[in-house]
Design a protein around this ligand. Sequence first.
Ligand code: DX5
Ligand code: ZN
Length: 233
Amino acid sequence: MTNSHPIRIAPSILAADFANFGAECRAAEDAGADWIHVDVMDGHFVPNLTFGPAMCKALRPHIRGTMDVHLMIAPVDPYIQAFADAGADVLTAHVEAGPHIHRTLQAIRAAGVKAGVALNPGTPASAAQPLLDMVDLICVMTVNPGFGGQSFIASQLQTIRDVKAMIGDRPIHIEVDGGVDTKTAPDVARAGADVLVAGSAVFRGGSVEAPDAYGANIVAIRAAAESARGEMA
Ligand code: DX5
Ligand code: ZN
């Protein structure tokens, strides 16, 4: 099975220097990042807190490309307009975040933003089936959301395959988030993912003063994913 989208690497700034986010976004893009992944956590839907729309607005001028905002919050709807106004290109809400994911996705698109739906590891791919015509992206979580640096949950490869089979030839991105590194990238690419979120595996070994490692890390993750795809062609 092939995927028409090129592999995209989306560094998660959850693993960046929190005192230096603007410079970290610029460094990640200079190092070859395709998208910048911004993890919004509310201490309620997930057991951790990060930041909200004001931070996204502050980051916007430091990101040339796609700002991919992952909303790990409940409720979602009261904040959609604020994240749209902050300049998000993609807003991804969790299917588990409330009873009205369909309405949430409608509201995201109505705000002029690409809509994503995320699936926790305990949620089957079929939960996204009724939403296929409303989403631009399906994010398969390969860790339980809330923290960076967790181990990849290999059983989620089947969920990626199920999502891939389900979307058929719709131009929906399959994003994978959690524990992606050079070891797991080939498996997720083979399963059908095209947007690879990686936090620790991108930012490890470098800093804004010494960003060379970021470039090497991104090149290595991309090469691992692309070569696995190449083997399938
Ligand atoms: C987890 C976040 C992820 C996280 C990934 O809740 O959604 O985006 O930052 O971090 P790594 O790549 O370190 O698993
Ligand atoms: Zn994320």
